[in-house]
Design a protein around this ligand. Sequence first.
Ligand code: NAI
Length: 394
Amino acid sequence: MIIKPKTRGFICTTAHPDGCAAHIREQVAYVQQKGTIAGAPKRVLVLGASTGYGLASRIVPAFAGRAATIGVFFEKAAEGDRTASAGWYNSVAFEREAHAAGLYAKSINGDAFSDDIKAQTIALIKADLGQIDAVIYSLASPRRTHPKTGVVHKSCLKPTGGAYVNKTVDTEKGTVGEVNILPATEAEIADTVAVMGGEDWEMWMDALAAAGVLAPGVVTLAYSYIGPEMTWAIYRNGTIGRAKEHLEETADRITAKLATHEGHAWVSVNKALVTQASSAIPVVPLYIALLYKVMKAKGTHEGTIEQIYRLFAERLASPQLDEEGRIRIDDWEMTDDVQTEVAQLWEVVNTDNLSILSDIVGYRAEFLKLFGFGLPGVDYEAEANPDQTLPSAV
Ligand code: NAI
């Protein structure tokens, strides 16, 4: 099959297996060139391991610390004339690279919110690794079926105060327009907290602790975002921000429960980056396109792999926390000079000057790369085999 990108708004419905493999090799090469991280965890469970920050959180301990990794994700294999999802191809490629390097890597594809996947994961840890030293919680999902009530909660991206009007970009058409979003209802806020808050993280840690598979000194880590004021109405003070507040409070509860393991739960506040999850948020893609322009000019731009390498190499061993007890790896994004420049550009950016003032070109390229398109050395006119089996599944 010759595979081309098919984009619809912020979704790409195709993915390229060889392109995704090239993307994995690029990230592995970055980590190898940066070098070994002393003290990196050796047995790592990554929830949401197939794309974005979770994928980087699997690659870094594996290739900078020779960690054994178990990755959990919810992806689709190819079917008929449909390609697999990008996260599927990423995971196939990750396992191949890991196995070639002599590393343990197995994956579980299914709904991480369910009791069944938690039980399968625990059984795999017991059978193969005994215990784990780190749990990375990096799920981003539009919905969650609650394992105890069966209720399907759907998250939404809305303000929680009044209606919100701001600039936004149609990344496909390259037009800057206005979004006007009505505020969320209390039920919508509660649903978003149920999906993206900390309840499932705590359920995972409870289940892993009860099964006796957490090693002494275990560390668990979940990811949050704060960002600048121009995005607060939709992000930090919006429905997703409420969920992140819940996630952050949950870290304290988990840490208290981990006392017997001398363990710790951390929340790391990460940089805004193009991922499948962030491209769905109104306003944020325009902010990211401006941010990339400014940070690339200053030489401080990072992608997920650079962020997570720095997190593991410089933050995890001796975390320096903000006043709320969070790890900050968004420090370069949030410097005054970067934020002042982005705010100035925000005021004047419009459809006519978008390609000059923002890095919309880089944004689009980065978005397509998430699906394995635009990687150097890949022949996109050649036949590709969409049917790829996860090596650990055979
Ligand atoms: P992503 O969309 O790239 O990755 C989501 C992952 O969750 C994928 O591996 C997917 O398979 C998995 N997943 C979704 N539903 C699942 C389910 N039911 N069962 C099992 N796996 C499931 O997202 P991204 O952006 O990497 O987000 C990860 C975390 O990082 C989120 O908490 C997000 O809020 C946070 N974050 C993201 C930032 C960004 O700019 N992208 C910035 C700061 C934090």
